[in-house]
Design a protein around this ligand. Structure first.
Ligand SMILES: *[C@@H]1O[C@H](CO)[C@@H](O)[C@H](O)[C@H]1NC(C)=O
Ligand SMILES: *[C@@H]1O[C@H](CO)[C@@H](O)[C@H](O)[C@H]1NC(C)=O
Ligand SMILES: *[C@@H]1O[C@H](CO)[C@@H](O)[C@H](O)[C@H]1NC(C)=O
Ligand SMILES: *[C@@H]1O[C@H](CO)[C@@H](O)[C@H](O)[C@H]1NC(C)=O
Ligand SMILES: *[C@@H]1O[C@H](CO)[C@@H](O)[C@H](O)[C@H]1NC(C)=O
Ligand SMILES: *[C@@H]1O[C@H](CO)[C@@H](O)[C@H](O)[C@H]1NC(C)=O
Ligand SMILES: *[C@@H]1O[C@H](CO)[C@@H](O)[C@H](O)[C@H]1NC(C)=O
Length: 172
């Protein structure tokens, strides 16, 4: 009896977490380019990006010496040829967080010539894994609901889930 109850609350916790993680995107990972080596010349960032899985809503962040390097988002031509012509965006703060909000391949390069020394990285962003049936759930535009959701309302959901679990455990 007791075991059954505690197991069902565990299941509930798991379900709530999954819903929160996958529907509300609470878990957006921050992918630090180059990990502890950061954004610097002489690093093969293909090896780095092949070792990660990127999902919509994740962040990619570049850490480097400000004024020495920078970051441009370019298209495939810019990536292949190390040109910033027609760049989509540029960052130069030295600690730049970029939201990967679209399922596509992104291309980033350094704009001061160091692209030729390896300062280029491309990442393929996957759609969020769907907790239920892939077809219908992915059509439910789950990430459209990410934007209007405030931290406050996310916290409220978490508290509500916890309350449900607590309530369930004690009274059901
Ligand atoms: C980086 O590593 C990838 C995968 O091993 C390899 O294909 C590529 O040629 C390397 N790039 C450079 C510039 O060495
Ligand atoms: C790949 O990632 C794992 C865990 O994040 C890490 O331990 C490993 O060193 C990485 N490998 C490379 C080649 O970066
Ligand atoms: C990019 O480089 C390729 C060869 O690597 C060349 O054919 C092409 O014209 C270049 N594109 C631009 C826009 O420079
Ligand atoms: C990338 O952008 C440049 C400049 O806007 C453009 O000439 C080129 O055709 C684009 N390449 C791709 C693959 O879209
Ligand atoms: C960098 O982006 C800003 C807009 O965010 C733009 O005004 C500026 O021209 C860009 N710089 C370069 C070098 O592309
Ligand atoms: C992603 O963010 C960029 C830059 O903030 C914005 O221009 C674009 O419309 C966004 N795309 C989606 C699907 O929200
Ligand atoms: C997704 O929704 C659109 C319109 O809301 C509809 O036309 C399309 O058939 C749906 N696709 C699936 C796989 O349900």
């Amino acid at each position: 009896m007791y075991m059954h109850k505690s197991m069902s609350s565990t299941t509930l916790v798991l379900c709530c977490s999954l819903v929160l993680v996958f529907v509300y995107g609470v878990s957006g990972t921050d992918h630090i380019v180059g990990a502890n080596r950061g954004w610097n010349p002489g690093i093969n960032y293909t090896l780095w990006s092949n070792n990660q899985t990127f999902y919509v809503g994740d962040l990619i962040s570049f850490r480097y010496q400000k004024n020495q390097y920078n970051v441009f988002e370019v298209n495939q031509t810019g990536y292949d040829n190390c040109t910033t012509e027609g760049a989509v965006g540029n960052w130069s703060k030295g600690k730049d967080f970029i939201l990967l909000n679209e399922t596509k391949r992104y291309y980033f390069i350094c704009g001061n010539g160091q692209c030729f020394n390896g300062m280029k990285v491309s990442v393929l962003v996957h759609p969020l894994p769907s907790p239920s049936s892939p077809g219908s759930a992915s059509n439910h535009s789950s990430h459209k609901s990410v934007a209007p959701l405030t931290v406050e309302s996310q916290l409220r959901s978490i508290m509500l889930s916890s309350a449900l679990v607590w309530f369930g455990w004690n009274w059901i």
